[in-house]
Design a protein around this ligand. Structure first.
Ligand code: C5P
Length: 208
């Protein structure tokens, strides 16, 4: 059976870095599922701009072309906010399900990160991590990343975004962000990237 490494957690927790380092270590392909929702959000922003239109959002998700995940636009703050708004629509989640599910079937294994991987997309994954950090530390990381991309934004606004996103992602009815009962919690608040990767590697090795 394919060895699936499922990495979930809130925005800017370090899950993306941990996931890509694990993928490089094992030579597995990696899918950042946040990019799928971001690309759907970007599509809508470029069309009607109405993120609450569930039918249009679902159509955007069904027509998604994977090359859209490569655009710099999907990494912006606006795309992150739009992603979390379109992610509440059950039709959008359903439209993106098969693509994610197919990815997890890759042999000999894969790394997939998001919010609902261990709970909905691949509940059977043998290795599950739930990566988190305090909202303040996550805001600091995200602020540095956005500033590095040339976006002008204050730390307080980024912290407010983080709180809003946590509430929306954790509070939605459909596939809310939550730690799977069998996922191992990794709090990276006090860790360097190296330490977080090391801890993640140990968790995965235990599951192998
Ligand atoms: O991980 P990232 O911050 O890029 O995700 C953007 C948004 O996409 C999240 O805030 C969340 O609302 C949504 N998302 C989701 N399920 C996933 C991955 C991301 O709902 N598996």
């Amino acid at each position: 059976m394919a060895f699936i490494i499922a990495v979930d957690g809130p925005a800017a927790s370090g899950k993306g870095t941990v996931a890509s380092r694990l993928a490089a270590l094992y030579g597995y392909p990696m899918l950042d599922t946040g990019l799928l929702y971001r690309a759907v959000g970007v599509r809508l922003l470029g069309a009607s701009g109405d993120l609450d239109d569930d039918a249009a959002a679902e159509a955007a998700a069904r027509g998604l072309d994977l090359s859209e995940l490569e655009k710099a636009e999907v990494r912006t703050r606006a795309a992150g906010e739009a992603a979390s708004r379109v992610a509440v629509h059950p039709g959008v989640r359903a439209a993106l399900f098969a693509l994610q599910r197919d990815f997890t079937k890759r042999e000999p294994g894969s790394v997939i990160d998001g919010r609902d991987i261990g709970t909905v997309i691949a509940p059977e994954a043998p290795a599950k991590l739930y990566v988190t950090a305090t909202p303040e530390i996550r805001a600091e990381r995200r602020w540095k990343q956005l500033s590095g991309q040339g976006e002008t934004v204050s730390f307080d606004d980024v912290l407010a975004d983080i709180h809003k996103r946590d509430a929306r992602d954790g509070g939605r009815e459909n596939a809310p962000m939550t730690q799977a009962p069998d996922a191992v919690l990794l709090d990276t608040s006090e860790m360097t990237i190296e330490q977080a990767f090391d801890a993640a590697r140990r968790i995965v090795e235990t599951a192998r």
